[in-house]
Design a protein around this ligand. Structure first.
Ligand SMILES: NC(=O)c1ccc[n+]([C@@H]2O[C@H](COP(=O)([O-])OP(=O)(O)OC[C@H]3O[C@@H](n4cnc5c(N)ncnc54)[C@H](OP(=O)(O)O)[C@@H]3O)[C@@H](O)[C@H]2O)c1
Length: 260
């Protein structure tokens, strides 16, 4: 199926590795020009180079933080200068603070504030700058990466659940406001996606890993490719009548939770 993405301009936030980088790759493979945005200058420069080389698309790496208004200003001026348009925004973010804790033990305001900024306020700020550019082209796709925990709270994930529920609510408002401008707004809610790229930062014991795999109806972790091809589909022309949705990519974890 032709996704119709050749020549579209796609911004992927938090894209210096992991899911963000692979979402950028999935869109570049379909011919979209890519804007990368994250704090690690060297990493996004390297990814931009390799996507341009391997996929034959134009790329723009912009170093900055989703928590910093002046970085966001610079991001949108660079997009305007380089491409003069924006068609797609994939709103990926950093992770909530670690270690994970029971909800009643989340009593540290610093962790709440950081989660709000990392998971919710940065996403809102980016969409507010992206929407007028998409409106100008009378076409657009916004896709926020949230979490299946919004649909069935996972133990110790309160910070993630609370603010990603906020993202999902906000995206539904946007879907309603922007629909008549040809802009669709959806969420992709993952769980149990392979995080082995983060080895060294989070270490699950072998026992915990087996337990987590068993939470999926498929008995395994999902891959970044499986997640990011759903992102690419929602970004596509053929997905034009899907809006205001939150699509879980969790291997059936939420639907079959009562079976385990
Ligand atoms: N794996 C799953 O099953 C699953 C489930 C639910 C939700 N998620 C969520 O999906 C998202 C991506 O997961 P992942 O495994 O790819 O995470 P990851 O490997 O930790 O990557 C996070 C990315 O966020 C960027 N980032 C962090 N803070 C930033 C900021 N202030 N401004 C701009 N970029 C920032 C990081 O780049 P820099 O450090 O260079 O800025 C990095 O590129 C996370 O929010 C995660 O919680 C994952």
């Amino acid at each position: 199926m032709d996704l119709g993405l050749k020549g579209k301009v796609a911004l992927v936030t938090a894209s210096s590795g992991g899911i963000g980088m692979n979402a950028a790759r999935a869109l570049a493979n379909e011919g979209a020009d890519i804007v990368l945005f994250a704090r690690s200058a060297e990493k996004i420069a390297r990814i931009a180079g390799s996507l341009a080389h391997e996929c034959g698309v134009r790329t723009l790496p912009v170093t900055g933080s989703m928590l910093d208004a002046s970085d966001i200003d610079r991001l949108f001026s660079s997009i305007e200068e380089t491409f003069g348009r924006l068609d797609i925004a994939v709103l990926n973010t950093g992770r909530p603070p670690s270690p994970l804790r029971d909800a009643v033990k989340e009593d540290d305001k610093v962790r709440w504030d950081l989660s709000y900024e990392t998971l919710l306020s940065g996403v809102v700020a980016i969409t507010q700058r992206a929407a007028p550019m998409m409106r100008r082209g009378n076409w657009g796709r916004m896709i926020a990466i949230t979490s299946a925990s919004v649909h069935l709270p996972m133990p110790h994930h309160a910070l993630s659940t609370v603010f990603r529920a906020g993202v999902e609510a906000y995206m539904k408002h946007l879907a309603s406001e922007l629909g008549r401008d040809g802009i669709t707004v959806n969420c992709v809610a993952p769980a149990l996606i392979d995080s082995s790229h983060r080895e060294g930062t989070v270490a699950y014991s072998a026992e915990e890993s087996t337990k987590r795999r068993g939470m999926s109806a498929l008995g395994r972790f999902g891959t970044h490719q499986e997640l990011c091809s759903v992102v690419a589909f929602l970004a596509s022309v053929p997905a034009g009548f899907v809006t205001g949705e939150s699509l879980r990519v969790d291997g059936g974890m939420v639907t079959y939770a009562l079976h385990r």
